[in-house]
Design a protein around this ligand. Structure first.
Ligand code: UT7
Length: 334
């Protein structure tokens, strides 16, 4: 990164709602089976937000833990970036609502919309502001309440998704540590493959749009699957190459958690052993932008990371979008 200031993750936090929806529960709701869900996706259960919980509420819980773990107060934050496709409302941004809840008075606040790749778009954006010296501490959140846009009569989608929030505080770290490479990409020609069709300016909300079910998440699963396997490999390879790190030097891969079969393809491709991959899709399903930061926080809390480890974060999703980041782990503030 040239003469720019090194930027790393100083602390992480996560929150998932209490309510658990198991495969056995779903068997009573749609024509599915635990066996189908486990063999095709690896998912066993997921968390569901209560009717009172919106994205900013989940974000708040994750953010407080990340700030505490980073040893940073909310007042010290220069910026808040929230990645989500399930914001509290179309506007204002969920980041503004969170800014108020946290009392982060001097922080600028914005949401980013990059679906499951949102956390990677968020940390890549945050890093630019810190590395060039404009800002010091930025809170990046990946949060989803996908249960609110899921049709629980559609077995193609309702078994896949869950709710949760993950947070990271980014700031300056010592020389040689922090983010070494990023790779972001988009292919808007696939924009209809994974979408929430109504509620925007193309199809505003009407009683007809609601009756047609256009406010529910739609996914062409098979096509997205092929895309996911491909870009997970290419994005990972790109950051390894940019950072001059070989696949044998990966200490922890934190992939987006959409389907265990997609993660297994990457494990095979990069020849990784199980302890080098963070997996939580079995317990939370696909939490879109929250999947990577929640998995990262769980790995940190379990003591799986030590100073100097090579960590690769990689994701893909609606847009279509993809992204990867490689960092040399250190939570020591510079
Ligand atoms: O996070 C954003 C990115 N998202 C992803 O990466 C998701 C990528 N896609 C996937 O993970 C997989 O495509 C799915 C898990 C969504 C589907 O798995 P699949 O192996 O591609 O199954 P399929 O869609 O080809 O469906 C196979 C069969 C179909 O029946 P027929 O047409 O062969 O008779 C489906 O109707 O399985 C049926 N099916 C189900 N059966 C029982 C689909 N969903 C279910 C279900 N329970 N829940």
């Amino acid at each position: 990164m040239g003469d720019l200031r090194p930027v790393g993750i100083l602390g992480t936090g996560s929150y998932t709602p209490e309510r658990v929806l198991t495969n056995a529960d779903l068997e009573k709701m749609v024509d599915t089976s635990d066996e189908w869900i486990v063999t095709r996706t690896g998912i066993r259960e997921r968390r569901i937000a209560s009717s009172e919980q919106a994205a900013s509420d989940l974000s708040y819980e994750a953010a407080r833990k990340a700030l505490a773990n980073a040893g940073i107060s909310a007042e010290e934050l220069d910026m808040i970036i929230v990645a989500t496709v399930t914001p509290d409302m179309a506007f204002p941004s969920t980041a503004c609502i969170l800014q108020d809840k946290l009392g982060a008075k001097k922080a600028a606040a914005l949401d980013v919309s990059a679906a499951c790749t949102g956390f990677l778009y968020g940390i890549t954006t945050a890093t630019q502001f810190i590395s060039n010296g404009l800002y010091r501490y930025i809170l990046v959140i990946g949060v989803e309440t996908l249960s609110k846009i899921t049709n629980y009569e559609d077995r193609n989608t309702c078994v896949l998704f869950g709710d949760g929030a993950g947070a990271a505080v980014l700031g300056p770290v010592g020389d040689g540590f922090g983010f070494k490479a990023f790779d972001l990409g988009a292919d808007g020609s696939g924009s209809t493959l994974l979408a929430l069709p109504a509620g925007g300016s193309r199809i505003p909300a009407t009683s007809e749009s609601v009756a047609k079910g256009l406010h529910y998440l739609y996914m062409a699963g098979g096509e997205v699957f092929k895309f996911a396997v491909r870009v997970m490999n290419t994005a990972t390879e790109t950051v390894l190459e940019k950072a001059g790190v070989s696949k044998d030097e990966i200490d922890l891969l934190v992939p987006h958690q959409a389907n265990l079969r997609i993660i297994d393809a990457a494990i095979k491709r990069f020849g990784l052993s199980e302890e080098k991959v963070a997996i939580n899709v079995d317990r939370y399903g696909n939490m879109s932008s929250a999947s990577i930061p929640v998995a990262l926080d769980e790995a940190v809390q379990a003591g799986r990371l030590k100073e100097g480890d090579n960590v690769v974060l990689v994701g893909f999703g609606g847009g279509l979008t993809w992204g990867a980041a490689l960092l040399k782990w250190s939570t020591q503030k510079a």
